[in-house]
Ligand binder design. Structure first.
Ligand SMILES: Nc1nc2c(ncn2[C@@H]2O[C@H](COP(=O)(O)OP(=O)(O)OP(=O)(O)O)[C@@H](O)[C@H]2O)c(=O)[nH]1
Ligand SMILES: [Mg+2]
Length: 443
């Protein structure tokens, strides 16, 4: 996600970052590099110009140049301006005082509307406890209704559909009545896409809009299409009002042009970001956190929120107790691993840690299959072996390797790592800070 942009911007700033003293010329040079980095990221030309002018002006002020750490001040300024560029603060949809809140999803073909309908439904249910229904108003593509039924039910939402024969406007109006009768909190209306922003599409949207009077119209745009996404959003905003943007396929977008330009060009904020094919790969768009990620400062807030969502509080307390009493077993290790895995792919999680993206690992990949292997090894052990790995002699290790489809070396490595981990835990317990190499498993 936004790797190229992040790399380029960080290298543009690496020169000033560590400097104890900066001249106006240094700042100007850094701004030229920031400008190039943003242009390369496919950020709108006008947006780049205004951005670098704003940062440059602030950076030339005495507040920055005379500061103790002027380089870091410049980086901080860039972060603040990036945040402002992406819309400042985050916002969710606004719930109507009298339910159902009606949300209309619009966008080009394949931008990710139908997927986003289901993801938003899941988000509103999980984060806000709302009862959500979806309306299948894409009568343009025959398979669209089935797709919405499938992803919608997976998201735990009711799906209202009448096939593809009726007029989409009639389906939408019927769905609103039904949502009201069934006392749903939110109704999300999926609409059809077209290849271009054409008159037919705009008229259909305008008719649905006039009839059901949505509280929020969300425009779904594909981040991978870069400047095209911004042009589409601009064309939409010329032809019809919308309230906010859902940015999809951010996982496949290395350059970030759409994320950085869409707010500045259309004046409409990005409400949500979709970051993968799975239902859970959807989050509120936080400009400040995104700016921090781009500048390699990690995103601890999102990581902590994910952990809070997935980690069982009681289990966490129990774990703490075990660590304190030094009763942490391989079973606990396995349980921990499963919880961490529920938070998403490891490589994605690692990138949220401050500094990790700046380690120059480039395309950091942690193989989730490594975890599968560890899991297989531990589940091939008897309960006694899991509680007392010290009894694992040669023949037991060979049996476990066979049972888990791995090798004795892999079993040895796991046992060794677990031993290291216990040692680190004991040291933490005694108030000593472990060294980094110990934390990394002694490798
Ligand atoms: N990698 C990735 N793929 C996505 C994301 N969102 C949607 N997709 C994929 O993009 C494709 C199109 O998504 P849809 O939700 O069907 O798009 P749509 O806008 O409803 O398309 P039409 O109904 O044809 O207009 C599907 O294969 C989705 O799985 C995302 O955030 N990341
Ligand atoms: Mg669709």
């Amino acid at each position: 996600m936004l790797e190229t942009l992040s790399d380029r911007l960080q290298s543009a700033l690496s020169d000033v970052r560590s400097r104890g003293k900066l001249t106006e010329e240094d700042v100007a040079k850094a701004m030229r590099q920031v400008r190039l980095a943003l242009l390369e990221a496919d950020v709108n030309f006008q947006v780049v110009k205004e951005f670098t002018a704003a940062v440059g002006e602030r950076a030339r002020g005495g507040e920055v140049l005379d500061a103790l750490n002027p380089g870091q001040q410049v980086v901080k300024l860039v972060g603040e301006e990036l945040t402002a560029l992406m819309g400042g603060s985050a916002r969710d949809i606004a719930f109507a005082p009298r339910p159902p809140t009606i949300v209309l999803m619009a966008g080009l073909q394949g931008s990710g509307k139908t997927t986003a309908c289901a993801k938003l439904a899941r988000h509103l249910r999980e984060e806000h406890g709302r009862d959500v229904a979806l309306a299948a108003c894409d009568t343009y593509r025959p398979a669209a209704v089935d797709q919405l039924v499938k992803v919608g039910s997976a998201a735990g939402a009711a799906v209202y559909e009448q096939g593809t024969d009726p007029d989409p406007v009639e389906i939408a109006a019927w769905a609103v009545d039904r949502a009201r009768a069934e006392e749903r909190d939110v109704l999300i209306v999926d609409t059809s896409g077209r290849l271009h922003v054409d008159r037919e599409l705009m008229e259909e949207l305008a008719r649905i809009r006039k009839r059901v009077k949505p509280h929020d119209v969300l425009l779904v745009v594909d981040a991978m299409t870069g400047q095209d996404a911004v042009n589409v959003a601009e064309a939409f905003s010329d032809a019809a009002e919308f309230d906010g943007v859902v940015l999809t396929k951010l996982d496949g977008d290395a350059r970030g042009g759409a994320a950085l330009s869409v707010k500045a060009v259309t004046g409409k904020p990005i409400l949500y970001a979709s970051t993968g094919e799975k239902l859970e790969a959807f989050e509120r768009f936080h400009p400040d956190r995104m700016a921090q990620r781009i500048l390699g400062m990690g995103d601890m807030m999102t990581l902590i929120e994910k952990a809070e969502r997935e980690f069982d509080e009681e289990q966490a307390a129990e774990l703490e107790r075990k660590i304190r009493k030094q009763q942490f077993t391989l079973d606990d290790f396995l349980a921990q691993m499963k919880q961490v895995r529920r938070m998403g792919p490891l490589s994605g999680l690692l990138k949220m840690l401050p500094g990790v993206s700046g380690l120059g690992l480039g395309d950091l990949k942690v193989d989730d299959r490594d975890l599968d292997r560890l899991q297989a090894i531990i589940t091939s052990m008897t309960p006694e072996e899991r509680a007392h790995p010290e009894i694992l002699n040669g023949s037991r290790r060979r049996r476990i390797a066979r049972g888990s489809g791995t090798t004795v070396q892999a079993v040895n490595q796991l046992v060794k790592q677990f031993g290291q981990m216990q040692k680190v835990m004991r040291q933490l317990q005694q108030g000593k800070m472990p060294s980094l190499s110990q934390l990394a498993g002694g490798r």
